[in-house]
Design a protein around this ligand. Structure first.
Ligand code: 13P
Ligand code: 13P
Ligand code: MG
Ligand code: MG
Length: 388
C-alpha cells in the first residue's frame, strides 16, 4: 500500500498591514523561513505559504495523518514567531487569532482555522485550496452545495458514473456543537434547510457516497465562540479534491462566478458579496472589504505541491467582480441598517450590546398598547427578532 498523503491547511491572522487590509512582507518572510526548516528536517513533504488579506495561510503536505501534533505545533510556533515580528512592526492586531496560550498538541479551538484531509493519491490528484478574508465559514455553504449537489453547476453528477451516486454532507451546528450527515441527492432539501442558515450551520466536510472518499473539508472555527467576544472574523479555508469521480476543476470553481452575499466585511458585522480575486488583489480596502476569496490549485505528486495556479486571475471572473463591486456599492448605501448590518443576534458578540445596555433604562413599557411586552435588549440575549 502506498503511503497516504495528508494536506493540512492551517491559517491565522497574527497582524494586519495596514489595519486589517493585508499582510506585511516581513511576516510572510518569517513564516516561509520557519516552514522551510520543517521541510528540511523531514516533518513536511512540501509547503506553500500564501496570504489572503490579513490572513497567513500555511498549506502543508506530509504523511502523518490529520490532527498530527508536530504539524500543529509547527503552525502554532510559526504564528507565535510571526506575532513577534508583527509586534516589532506594531502591526494591527498582532496575535489577533491566537486566543489561548494553552497549546497542547492541536490548534483547534485556540483561534487558528484548520482544514485537513488524508487520502491515498490517485493516478493524478488535483486539489484546490480556497481562502477567504473578511467573512466566516458559512460563506462556503452555497458554493459547496453547488459543487457537490447541483447538476446545473456540476453536470458530472449526471454524466459521470463515479459521481452519480451523490455525496454525503457533514454539517456542523456551531451553536450546539453537533454534526449531522445527510446524503444527496435524496436529502438535498434537508441539506439546504441547514446550509441556508449561514450564521449557524456550516459545511464541515463532503464525502463521495460510492466509496466514502473524502472530497472536501472546510475550517469551521468560530472565533467569537472561543473568545466570547468579537475579535475578528473567522476567515475560512476550504480544500476540495477534483476530477475523476469528484467535480471537475471547472465545476469546483464555477459557483464563485456568482458573488453571493456572506457575513463579514467591516467589523465582521455586515453582509456583502464574496468577490473572487487573483492573489494580488486579496487586499480588502473599501469599507474593509468587500470580502475576498482566492483559489490556489495544485497537482499533488507524492506529496509535492505542484503549483499554485491562481484560478481567479482568469478574466472569465471579471463579470463576477463587476457585479460584486455594484452589489457592494448598493449594500453600502444602507449604512447602519439591516440587512447590510447583521441581525441583532449576530451582533451579540460585538460591541453593540454595550451601547444598548447604556440605554436600557430609557425604555418605557406599554408604549404600544396594553398587550405589548417589555422590550428586552440584545445585552439580555433575547431580542424581539428571535421571538418571531
Ligand atoms: P480535456 O478534453 O481538455 O482533457 O477536458 C476534459 C474535461 O472533462 C474538462 O472538464
Ligand atoms: P479580520 O477578521 O480580517 O481581522 O477583519 C476584522 C475587521 O474587523 C475588519 O473591519
Ligand atoms: Mg485582522
Ligand atoms: Mg482576516
Amino acid at each position: 500500500m502506498p503511503e497516504k498523503t495528508t494536506v493540512s491547511v492551517i491559517k491565522a491572522d497574527v497582524g494586519g498591514f495596514v489595519g486589517h487590509c493585508t499582510s506585511h512582507p516581513k511576516l510572510v518572510e518569517k513564516a516561509k523561513e520557519e516552514i522551510a526548516k520543517a521541510k528540511k528536517e523531514g516533518l513536511l513533504t512540501d509547503f506553500c505559504v500564501l496570504t489572503c488579506g490579513d490572513d497567513l495561510e500555511l498549506i502543508m503536505t506530509h504523511t502523518h495523518g490529520t490532527g498530527y501534533d508536530k504539524v500543529h505545533a509547527l503552525a502554532w510556533n510559526i504564528f507565535l514567531k510571526c506575532t513577534e515580528v508583527a509586534k516589532q512592526l506594531k502591526l494591527y492586531g498582532a496575535g489577533q487569532d491566537l486566543l489561548s496560550d494553552a497549546f497542547s498538541g492541536n490548534v483547534k479551538g485556540l483561534g487558528p482555522g484548520v482544514a485537513e484531509m488524508e487520502f491515498a493519491e490517485r493516478k493524478s490528484e488535483p486539489v484546490l485550496v480556497f481562502m477567504a478574508d473578511k467573512t466566516s465559514p458559512g460563506a462556503w455553504n452555497l458554493p459547496v452545495y453547488k459543487m457537490f449537489a447541483d447538476p446545473f453547476n456540476t453536470p458530472g453528477l449526471v454524466i459521470d458514473p463515479a459521481a452519480h451516486g451523490g455525496f454525503t454532507f457533514e454539517i456542523l451546528d456551531v451553536e450546539e456543537n453537533k454534526t449531522i450527515k445527510l446524503n444527496t441527492p435524496e436529502e438535498s432539501y434537508d441539506v439546504l434547510l441547514f446550509l441556508g442558515s449561514i450564521d449557524r450551520f456550516m459545511v464541515k466536510a463532503v464525502y463521495r457516497r460510492s466509496d466514502g472518499e473524502i472530497a472536501a473539508v472546510a475550517s469551521t472555527d468560530k472565533l467569537s465562540h472561543i473568545a466570547g467576544q468579537y475579535v475578528g472574523k473567522d476567515d475560512p479555508v476550504l480544500v476540495v479534491r477534483s476530477q475523476a469521480g469528484f467535480p471537475a476543476v471547472g465545476e469546483v470553481i464555477e459557483p464563485f462566478a456568482f458573488p453571493h452575499l456572506v457575513e463579514g466585511w467591516t467589523r465582521g458585522s455586515h453582509h456583502g458579496p464574496l468577490v473572487p480575486v487573483k492573489f494580488d488583489d486579496a487586499r480588502p480596502t473599501r469599507f474593509d472589504g468587500p470580502p475576498r476569496v482566492i483559489c490556489a490549485g495544485f497537482q499533488i505528486n507524492n506529496g509535492v505541491l505542484e503549483g499554485p495556479v491562481d484560478f481567479f486571475s482568469d478574466p472569465a471572473y471579471d463579470l463576477a467582480r463587476t457585479r460584486a463591486w455594484k452589489v457592494a456599492d448598493y449594500m453600502r448605501q444602507h449604512g447602519p441598517f439591516q440587512p447590510h448590518r447583521l441581525s441583532l443576534d449576530a451582533m451579540e458578540y460585538t460591541t453593540l450590546p454595550k451601547v444598548m445596555e447604556k440605554l436600557k433604562g430609557r425604555f418605557v413599557s406599554g408604549s404600544n398598547g396594553s398587550h405589548s411586552k417589555t422590550v428586552k435588549t440584545a445585552a439580555a440575549k433575547t431580542t424581539t427578532a428571535t421571538k418571531r
